[in-house]
Design a protein around this ligand. Structure first.
Ligand SMILES: [Zn+2]
Length: 310
């Protein structure tokens, strides 16, 4: 399968429109060795002409238009995008669905809880039902294999099989109190395993660090795209742009004794790539000691346009 990173930054992108942190300011002034990054978005293509989006970023329209792989190929309307797999209901994971509202039939895969948040709590997403046929929302059970695509009816025939791994995080704070209490916590944020033949990838742009279950899947994967949001637990607080710690908003930081880098033994065999990088993160500066530390530990840092053949 081909894996393409369309966006590699966390919410807000890099630079973020209203952010004057050292990284964003230096990028605008051309005084940092780094690349601008759009908000996290990955596309997986099991075969030529068939693509699946992993989440739907706020930058999705621009990301699609700048990616040849996603060009329409036959008139009057067409897209190689067959479906979208949602791993959470976070704004940065779902708002891009509204960019796909131009009457295009789509399959949307998520846990039942994520579907309920989008359709019961946020009626605007019903705009996707105007296509003919309307969008098909496919409920996916946690920890159960499911296949992507409309043609294949069984897991064996399927080009790609997937599995949602619960990560132990919370629902976004915009979800109404009533609905939040009705939803099982295990369906809030998932890591996504995608396998084709003997090849496997693991995608988790938000790792809260509260469960270990995902590590076995990361260990057996040829490619891991994992949470590179924050370097430090108190990064937002020390930058003066937030009041919560990294873990409080669902991201284990990279540094510290119990950070993601210290847990790297889970994926020695495959490629390990950090994605969903917040604009405050010092690893964005290619000349920083933190960037060097990450690379010395065997990690790669995702950038927009990065591709993998798995
Ligand atoms: Zn910034």
């Amino acid at each position: 399968m081909r894996v393409t990173v369309l966006g590699s930054a966390a919410g807000g992108g890099f630079p973020q429109w209203n952010c004057a942190c050292p990284n964003c300011s230096r990028l605008r002034a051309g005084r940092i060795r780094s690349k601008a990054r759009s908000q996290a978005q990955v596309v997986v293509s099991p075969v030529e002409g068939e693509c699946y989006l992993l989440n739907a970023s706020p930058d999705l329209r621009t990301q699609i238009i700048s990616t040849k792989l996603l060009d329409p190929s036959k008139p009057p309307r067409h897209t190689p995008i067959s479906g979208v797999v949602l791993t959470s209901a976070d704004v940065d994971s779902v708002v891009g669905l509204l960019h796909l509202r131009e009457f295009q039939p789509l399959q949307i895969y998520s846990t039942p809880s994520i579907r309920r948040i989008l359709l019961e709590d946020n009626h605007i997403f019903r705009v996707l039902d105007r296509s003919n046929p309307p969008a098909v929302w496919r409920d996916v059970a946690i920890n159960t294999w499911f296949s992507l695509g409309t043609v294949s009816s069984s897991i064996e025939e399927s080009a790609i099989r997937c599995r949602m791994i619960p990560l132990g995080s919370a629902y976004p704070d915009y979800v109404s109190e009533n609905l939040r209490h009705a939803l099982p916590p295990r369906e809030a944020v998932a890591g996504l395993v995608m396998a084709q033949g003997s090849k496997q990838i693991f995608y988790a742009p938000a790792l809260p660090g509260r469960s270990e279950e995902w590590k076995d899947w990361a260990r057996s994967s040829d490619l891991c795209l994992l949470d590179g949001t924050f370097w430090d637990e108190n990064e937002l607080i020390s930058a003066g742009v937030g009041w919560k710690t990294a873990r409080e908003i669902g991201h284990v930081p990279l540094s510290a004794a119990d950070g993601l880098l210290a847990q790297s033994d889970f994926a020695k065999a495959g490629r390990r790539v950090l994605i969903h990088i917040n604009n405050t993160n010092p690893i964005l500066d290619e000349d920083s000691p933190e960037n060097r530390e990450v690379r010395d530990a065997g990690w790669e840092i995702a950038y927009d346009g990065m591709t993998f053949e798995v």
